[in-house]
Design a protein around this ligand. Sequence first.
Ligand code: MEV
Length: 396
Amino acid sequence: MLSEVLHISAPGKVILHGEHAVVHGKVALAVALNLRTFLRLQPRSDGKVSLSLPNIDVKQTWDVAQLQLLDTSFLEQGDVTAPIPEQLEKMKEAANVPEDCAATRRLAVMAFLYLYLGICRKQRTLPSLDVVLWSELPPGAGLGSSAAYSVCLAAAFLTICEEITNPLKDRDGTSRWPEEDLQSINKWAFQGERVIHGNPSGVDNAVSTWGGALRYQQGKIASLKRTPALQILLTNTRVPRSTKALVAGVRSRLLKFPEIVAPLLTSIDAISLECERVLREMSTAPAPEQYLLLEELIDMNHHHLNALGVGHASLDQLCQVTAAHGLHSKLTGAGGGGCGITLLRPGLEQAKVEAAKQALIDCGFDCWETSIGAPGVSVHSAASLDSSVQQALGGP
Ligand code: MEV
C-alpha cells in the first residue's frame, strides 16, 4: 500500500459531431475538454475514510471497520456486469446519504464506495484515506463530469493499492500511465459510471481516460492519433434538458418520417467522417483552409440537429451571437438547451474572442474559453498544480 499523497486529474468531454446519430449506429467524435476534475488522496492513520466534494457540498466519513464488515462478495463480478438494483441498494445503505439529498450527491457517494470497496477489497485491511475531489466541470451539463470523477477515483484507488504503478518520476512534473494501466482505470471507471448513470455507452469514461479525440461507433472505441489542440468557446445555456426525452424524440421522428430522418442521420455520419479526415490532415499537413472546412461542418450539423428536433431557441441564439462575431457554433450533446461549442480559429484576436464571450454572458449563458484534445487521466506532483487547484483541494 502506498503511503504518499496523490494528486490526479481527468478531463471532461464534448461531442464534436455525431450526437443522436450515434444512438442509431452512426459514428460520434468525442474529444477531451481542458476542464478537469482534480483529486487529492492522503493516507490517514485513524481508521477512517473520508470523502469531500466541495462542488456539491458532500463531506462524509466512515469507519473502515464498519465498511470492512459489509458483505462485498457481489463485487467479485463487479467488473463485468452492470451493478444490479440489489447491489446499488447495498451501496445506498452504506453511503447513508439522507433520502432528501439531491440524486447527484447520493450517486456520487455510492460510486465512491463502490470503487473503494471494489478496488481495495483485495487488501488485507481496507485503507484509511482522506479523499477530496474538486472540478472545473459544471455537473449535469453533459460535459462528462461524472466520468472524470469515476476515472480519478479508479486511478487513485488502483495506484494506492499498487494494482498499477505510480508513473510520477519528477517532483515538479505530470505523468500518465502506460496503456495496460489505462485499460484497468477505464474498466473500473466504467463501473463507477454505471452506478451513476445506469446504462452509459462508455464513451465518456474512455475519453476521460485516454484524452485526445476518440471515434465511437456501436461500442467500438478508437483513439484518433495526434489530433490538433483546437481552441473553443464552450457555452452552457443553463437551459435544463432531459437527454432521455430528447433521444426518445429523435426515435419517434425517425419512425414517423423514416425517408426524411434516416438521410439526416446518414448525413451526420458523413459529417463526422469528414471531420475525422480533416483532423487527421491537420496533424500531418496543417493549413488555414482546414478551419474553414471545420466551420462549415459545424454549421451543417447544427442545422441537421435542429431538423431532428433537438434544437432550442437558446442554442440558436448562441449560434447567432457568435455568427455576429464571425464565429461558428453548434449544440453539443443532447441539445434542447445544455451546451454549445464555438470553434476559435488560430490567430483570432483576443479582443474579438473576449467580445464574443461577453455577448454570450450578456445572454445569461456561462462561457469558457478552453481547448479540446486535452490529455487524459494524469498524476501530478503537488508542485505542478496551480495554487488555485491546491487551495480548492484543501492543500497547503
Ligand atoms: C448525449 O451526450 C449524446 C447523445 O447522443 C446520447 C447518447 O449518445 O447516449 C444524445
